[in-house]
Design a protein around this ligand. Structure first.
Ligand SMILES: NC(=O)c1ccc[n+]([C@@H]2O[C@H](COP(=O)([O-])OP(=O)(O)OC[C@H]3O[C@@H](n4cnc5c(N)ncnc54)[C@H](O)[C@@H]3O)[C@@H](O)[C@H]2O)c1
Length: 320
């Protein structure tokens, strides 16, 4: 079977003004795809996108407006990255989190059906597998999220799988590790590389919650974009982990940032946050076998690029 080429495709990127979505939008345009971005600009920024982009300021929970955009644009593939991404906000207001992260995904699945589009959904690997999960965790590990955010992402994944069974579609969920890279807002846990690089560059000490031995699977944004591109033209539907398979501790991050800064960075320690996972890493062997994807950027190289971006004043249009 000949795989469709992204070059000839019409693509819709929800959340395309965000950190990952704006890099994906640039990569799709570079491949020759025709791209429309759907984004409320609630946390996204217009300045991250090319000036002539087709941007629709629409909320994914607005069923009528989403359908109207999809009927007009008729995308062949929809990269669905728009989300309520704040884990703590999901604990404070689970109903809102579910409305955006589950309800918004169902709205897109239904709209995609009218034009036969494939959906590639940005799920989570870092917030899905529980405290007892083997490390690295593969896709067979039963999800046991610690917050409504992970529960909603898992529920949305289940709708994708249901639509695949019900309607014979080939929708895809990518369970992302902790994505980092240039353009990432220095807020939230996932933004720790950006936050620490900023603190180090300004000559301040970064604050570590807990003793710094907690680990995450930090995967570089350029590699995550490659995973989305591979999923966009994959032959099969399904769910894949997207990570490095490696654990990096917060103390390791500080060491790498110190190397990028050319000096030793001394952290300050604050009490651990309750409910925080101690360890996390994703086994992405299946993505390598099925999608031909693997994480190519070593952590020290990725951190050097983030540090250079911070030193340059965090430009919105930075390349990965
Ligand atoms: N950054 C990570 O480490 C990470 C890890 C796992 C999964 N993800 C997922 O990847 C996706 C992108 O994350 P990101 O880090 O780029 O976040 P981001 O906040 O930079 O991007 C999200 C974008 O969605 C837009 N948006 C929010 N609510 C919307 C709504 N209701 N309707 C339309 N647009 C809306 C925002 O304006 C923003 O541009 C999200 O789905 C997130 O859950 C991210």
């Amino acid at each position: 079977m000949i795989r469709p080429r992204l070059a000839a495709m019409r693509a819709l990127v929800t959340g395309g003004a965000g950190f990952i979505g704006s890099h994906l939008t640039d990569a799709l345009i570079a491949q020759g795809a025709t791209v429309t971005v759907l984004d409320t600009l609630s946390s996204g920024r217009r300045a991250r996108l090319p000036e002539d982009i087709d941007l629709r300021q629409v909320d994914v929970t607005d069923t009528w407006a989403v359908s109207a955009v999809i009927e007009e644009v008729r995308p062949e593939v929809i990269f669905h990255l728009a989300a309520q991404i704040d884990v703590r906000a999901s604990v404070a207001d689970p109903a809102h989190d579910a409305a955006v992260n589950i309800g918004g995904t169902i709205t897109l699945l239904e709209a995609a059906r009218t034009v036969n589009a494939r959906l590639v959904f940005a799920s989570t690997g870092g917030a899905l597998y529980g405290m007892e999960a083997p490390i690295p965790s593969d896709e067979q590990v039963p999800p046991a999220p610690e917050a409504p955010y992970g529960t909603a992402k898992y529920c949305a994944e289940q709708y994708l799988a249901l639509f695949n069974r019900l309607h014979g579609t080939r929708h895809i969920a990518l369970r992302l590790g902790n994505v980092y890279g240039p353009r990432q807002d220095p807020s939230g846990e996932a933004g720790v590389v950006s936050i620490f690089s900023g603190r180090a560059h300004e000559g301040h000490e970064p604050t570590i919650f807990g003793d710094g031995t907690q680990t995450r699977d930090y995967v570089y944004v350029g590699d995550v974009v490659t995973a989305f591109l591979a999923a966009g033209t994959a032959e099969q539907g399904g769910t894949w982990n997207i990570g490095t398979g490696r654990e990096t501790s917060v103390l390791d991050l500080i060491k790498h940032i110190g190397q990028a800064a050319g000096r030793e960075v001394e952290p300050v320690f604050a009490p651990a946050r309750p409910g925080e996972l101690q360890r996390s890493a994703l086994d992405a062997t299946a993505a390598r076998n099925d999608l031909g994807w693997f994480s190519a950027t070593p952590i020290d190289e990725g951190i050097n690029r983030v540090y250079a971006w911070v030193r340059d004043g965090r430009p919105d249009r930075a390349t990965p």
